[in-house]
Design a binder for this molecule. Structure first.
Ligand SMILES: [Zn+2]
Ligand SMILES: [Zn+2]
Length: 202
């Protein structure tokens, strides 16, 4: 769950607030559409993807609020996430066909040996194997489909890997900056002495 931080600047009296991390999705026109929290699963559908499909394609961008350790500026550092299979979160916690196949195998073996102690380990192995096969197959398909697109997206996001103000690449998460980084710079007036506190959990 993201933390919700508030920044106050003693010089310009500016106040701003940000989540310490959030998600975006790369669209086919090479733009990043940012998703608000909570409700990413539903918002992403407005861009034409399901949450699962976007992760699988490697379209998901993780945006971390980071403080530059060299100059104290606060930045969003965006990283394209590797393709990953995520469960589609269907209603009532049903995990799909691998779960039902596992239940069937577990019961089948338990009935055959007349013992649930035989059924459970076989069921567990079946579940792990089926999930692994399902994920591997989905990933392979997605990787070959999106390799060229991902290369383009990675280039597009590359500049965020270093600090826009000083060019440094030593970042610390905004949550650690409270104790760890003495001199934060204000994003509005660029003077030092910005104060920061955790206002809540989103
Ligand atoms: Zn300021
Ligand atoms: Zn910097």
């Amino acid at each position: 769950m993201p933390g919700f931080y508030e920044f106050t600047c003693p010089h310009c009296k500016g106040k701003s607030a940000a989540l310490d991390f959030g998600y975006g999705v790369m669209r086919d026109d090479d733009t990043t559409a940012w998703l608000g929290h909570p409700g990413e699963h539903r918002q992403i559908e407005k861009h034409g993807f399901t949450w699962t499909q976007a992760w699988l394609d490697g379209r998901i961008v993780l945006s971390d609020m980071m403080v530059c350790r060299d100059c104290g500026t606060i930045h969003a550092v965006n990283k394209l996430q590797p393709p990953r299979y995520v469960d589609p979160m269907p209603p009532q916690g049903v995990r799909g066909w691998t779960m039902w196949a596992t239940v069937a195998v577990t019961l089948g073996v338990a009935l055959y040996f007349n013992s649930i102690l035989h059924g459970l380990p076989v069921g567990l192995v079946t579940f792990v194997l089926l999930e692994w096969l399902k994920h591997r197959r989905a990933l392979k398909q997605a990787m070959s489909r999106t390799a060229a697109m991902r290369e383009r997206w990675a280039k597009l996001l590359a500049p965020t890997a270093c600090c826009g103000s000083c060019g440094g690449d030593r970042f610390t998460p905004v949550g650690n900056a409270i104790d760890d980084v003495a001199d934060l710079r204000c994003p509005n007036c660029n003077s030092r002495g910005l104060s920061l506190h955790l206002a809540g959990i989103a």
